[in-house]
Write a protein that binds this ligand. Structure first.
Ligand code: FAD
Length: 478
């Protein structure tokens, strides 16, 4: 039989479930990646790091497949059209792909599956992106978990060698269909430009494996180092997780083995984060409506500010010009690199919703445009957590104080100095809140508030009170 392997967010040959089954069941396997017009044409920013990451990773994948006599078809088209057309052209009996749990992806797969079926071609979908998916881990009552800790405990209980064993997909690459060199659509052909991505990240499987090796040297310290943005404490693997240039089984197995070996708290803490990823996948799978609406429906009664003033505040937040140094440094990191540290995502999301009174969906959308690792499930989950509208979210009356977050997690102002160089000469004491800095020190540090650096756009204490009033509608409903 002949098969077609449809790569999506699994841009690797190692431990790839769909690729393994395609190679196992077919004598000849063709491979394809679709640059989906439905997605790409919607992107307003044509210098998009994600598109470049995908393109580079596909080129690396193509080279790898070519090393085995195969190749990667690259098509710039709508997937619903391109996959059935290619399947017919190549005369395959089956298409193999790994599952994606986002609502739009599920709809797309249903459409593709129906068209294929009409042509007598089967579509097989596999679990690959998650350790546990869909209904694999449920409460005793048979419902999906909406609270993280019991979900995590149930996952850890279920986690065994079976779930962590890699698929030996690479060992079977000999079954690839032999192809003569296939054409490549350039980034420019699709209307995109190069970015600064390659200065920061090495894409592809090789990039992912290098980053993981680097992190394994630090994993034991993860728990103590993970909250400090100026410290290299986290793995920076999220973009690789997003596009599947590394297998989550490999990551989970390494962390689990390390934990079993010597009880490494860092390794367990990190495994915990991988489980958060699964947690949000299963939330979006079971509650696709949460992509648009508050997970807890009563929270959609909250009236967010959306007047002209709110638009201005939103702009200041996007650009990193709020007058709150940690928030500004974080937003500038996001704009300049496409990454924002997890602690800072919590701080900036809390600031937007609870200091500026702006709808979490505005922030979610901005992150979706900017983040290299943007993933609907984790982004929506993170925003709804910060806005208190989500499952297992931060209670609404818990409001981060952006100044004390700054003093605690960037005590020496190292992170702030990197992204807000105009504040670099302020002392460790005053860098967190220049508005409270004595005029003499400001002058010595060449800071002119309102000129070289903005005054705070809101007062935290006033905003805090307003937020408690804003959220009171939720309390009344109970
Ligand atoms: P590490 O700390 O090394 O964690 C390891 C891996 O676990 C990450 O690569 C990621 O795949 C996963 N992970 C870690 N934390 C979470 C989490 N809270 N939820 C789900 N998965 C997690 N993560 C995304 O991957 N995409 C997003 O679009 C995204 N948006 C977010 C928005 C907000 C408002 C918040 C608060 C968090 C968001 N996160 C998102 C989660 C988290 O901030 C990032 O995964 C993390 O910062 C990535 O850095 P890292 O790879 O070094 O993480």
């Amino acid at each position: 039989a002949k098969g077609l392997m449809w790569f999506r967010r699994d841009l690797r040959t190692h431990d790839n479930a769909a690729l393994f089954y395609a190679l196992k069941h077919c004598e000849q396997v063709h491979c394809v990646f679709v640059y989906d017009k439905t997605i790409l044409d919607q992107l307003a920013n044509k210098a998009d790091r994600r598109v470049e990451f995908i393109w580079e990773s596909c080129m690396a994948l193509k080279k790898k497949l070519q090393g085995f006599g195969g190749d990667l078809h690259m098509v710039y088209d709508k997937a619903e059209k391109a996959i059935p057309e290619l399947a017919t052209k190549l005369g395959v009996q089956a298409v193999f792909t790994n599952k994606d749990y986002e609502p739009a992806a599920i709809d797309r797969d249903i459409t593709v599956g129906k068209t294929l079926q009409g042509n007598d071609v089967a579509l097989f979908r596999f679990k690959d992106q998650a350790i546990f998916e869909e209904d694999e881990v449920l409460t005793q009552a048979g419902k999906f978990f909406s609270v993280f800790t019991p979900f995590k405990n149930a996952c850890l209980k279920k986690l065994d060698e079976f779930h962590l064993t890699p698929y030996p997909s690479e060992a079977r690459l000999g079954a690839l269909a032999q192809e003569s060199k296939l054409p490549v659509p350039d980034l420019e052909d699709m209307g995109f430009k190069r970015t600064n991505l390659l200065d920061m990240i090495k894409p592809g499987e090789e990039g992912a494996l290098d980053a993981f090796d680097d992190f394994l040297n630090r994993i034991d310290k993860y728990k103590v180092a993970r909250d400090f943005p100026a410290v290299k404490g986290v793995s920076y693997l999220s973009v690789h997780n997003r596009f599947g240039t590394i297998s989550v089984r490999r990551l989970a197995k390494a962390a689990y083995d390390r934990f079993k070996l010597d009880g490494s708290e860092g390794a367990m803490g990190w495994l915990n984060e991988l489980i958060w990823r699964d947690f949000y996948f299963q939330i979006i799978y079971h509650r696709p409506d949460a992509a648009e609406k508050a997970f807890k429906p009563e929270y959609d009664q909250i009236r967010w500010d959306d007047d002209e003033k709110a638009q201005q505040l939103f702009k200041a937040w996007c650009e990193g010009k709020t007058g709150y140094p940690l928030v500004d440094a974080a937003q500038r990191q996001l704009n300049q690199t496409g990454f924002q540290h997890n602690r800072l995502r919590m701080v900036t999301a809390s600031f937007l919703t609870k200091d500026l009174g702006i709808d979490w969906r505005w922030g979610e959308r901005y992150f979706a445009e900017q983040l290299n690792d943007f993933d609907l499930s984790a982004n929506n989950g993170g925003w709804q957590w910060a806005a208190s509208t989500g499952c297992d979210a931060q209670p609404y009356f818990r409001i981060f104080n952006p100044y004390s977050q700054s003093e605690k997690f960037d005590a020496e102002g190292k992170f702030i100095r990197k992204y807000c160089p105009e504040l670099a000469k302020l002392s460790n004491k005053h860098i967190h809140n220049p508005a409270e800095c004595p005029p003499f020190e400001l002058q010595m540090a060449d800071v002119v508030l309102g000129e070289t650096y903005p005054r705070p756009v809101v007062e935290h204490d006033v905003a805090r009170k307003k937020t408690l009033e804003r959220y009171a509608v939720v309390k009344k409903e109970k």
